[in-house]
Design a protein around this ligand. Structure first.
Ligand code: ZN
Length: 93
């Protein structure tokens, strides 16, 4: 995603501004993590796509293969930890 669109994004839960941490950047943000400073909701940016989902674990529950794939693609400890945590909370395990 392009950096210019970051300022328009808001937390889907509380509507606050999001703090962005960029992990990889090549003309646009490829991987990163958004964190809401107010309610601590976290959103990943994976392969340039921001996944603004209220409950990322629930999102992964409906698509476990995606979770594993994302985990393989992630190259930073923080992203891996985030995915691992999200995966650990998925239902139907
Ligand atoms: Zn929030």
């Amino acid at each position: 995603m392009h950096e210019s669109s970051v300022e328009f994004l808001r937390c889907v839960r509380c509507g606050s501004r999001l703090e962005l941490e960029v992990f990889t950047y090549d003309l646009e943000i490829e991987k990163g993590i958004f964190e809401c400073q107010k309610c601590k909701l976290t959103f990943p940016i994976i392969e340039k796509i921001p996944i603004l989902w209220d409950d990322f674990s629930e999102y992964l529950s409906s698509c476990k293969i995606l979770g594993g794939k994302l985990y393989q693609l992630s190259n930073t400890g923080k992203m891996k930890n985030f995915l691992k945590y999200s995966l650990s909370k998925t239902k139907n395990q």
